[in-house]
Design a protein around this ligand. Structure first.
Ligand code: DQA
Length: 155
């Protein structure tokens, strides 16, 4: 197993209403709960020898505070689903650019195949990249990339 710097940890951050995954519009977001997704990613991160912290909040300020904390707790990469804050939160975007921690934007659904107003994200232009429309698997792919990045690879 590759050795990481002591500081190399990953933060999985989920925005509003994603605590309802599993029962929330399953035709769009699938039947997997957030707890199932987090447990799977925690196990995969552990197997890869990397620390993963998970947080979900329905509150913009809590997410901003968590990103600010990431600058001080050794987080090297963030996986973010901003959910509805995708379209409104300049504060969360500013927090991410302020801490300068690279991040991937994940959406379970393909936001380009839905209402037109969902297509414009405030985050895409400042993300390393985006993963859309692959359901819960999108988080796994983001984690693979983040681990590769922390090992010194990736795009
Ligand atoms: C979402 C897509 C957003 O448009 C929506 O507001 C969400 C979930 C997704 O993961 O597909 O809450 O981010």
């Amino acid at each position: 197993m590759a050795k990481f710097k002591k500081s190399a940890s990953i933060l999985l951050l989920n925005g509003p209403n994603l605590n309802l995954l599993g029962t929330r519009e399953p035709q769009l977001y699938g039947r997997e709960t957030l707890m199932q997704i987090e447990r799977r990613l925690l196990a995969r991160a552990k197997a890869a020898g990397v620390k993963l912290a998970c947080q979900q909040s329905n509150h913009e300020g809590v997410l901003v505070d968590r990103v600010q904390l990431a600058a001080r707790d050794g987080t090297g990469f963030i996986i973010l689903n901003p959910a509805a804050f995708t379209y409104s939160s300049i504060a969360l975007r500013d927090a991410l650019t302020a801490v300068r921690i690279p991040f991937i934007e994940v959406h379970l659904s393909n936001i380009h195949a839905r209402e037109a107003w969902r297509a414009h994200s405030h985050f895409t232009a400042v993300a390393v990249g985006s993963i859309l429309g692959l359901g819960g698997r999108g988080y796994d792919l983001a984690l693979d990339f983040a681990i590769a990045r922390l090992r010194g690879g990736g795009a």
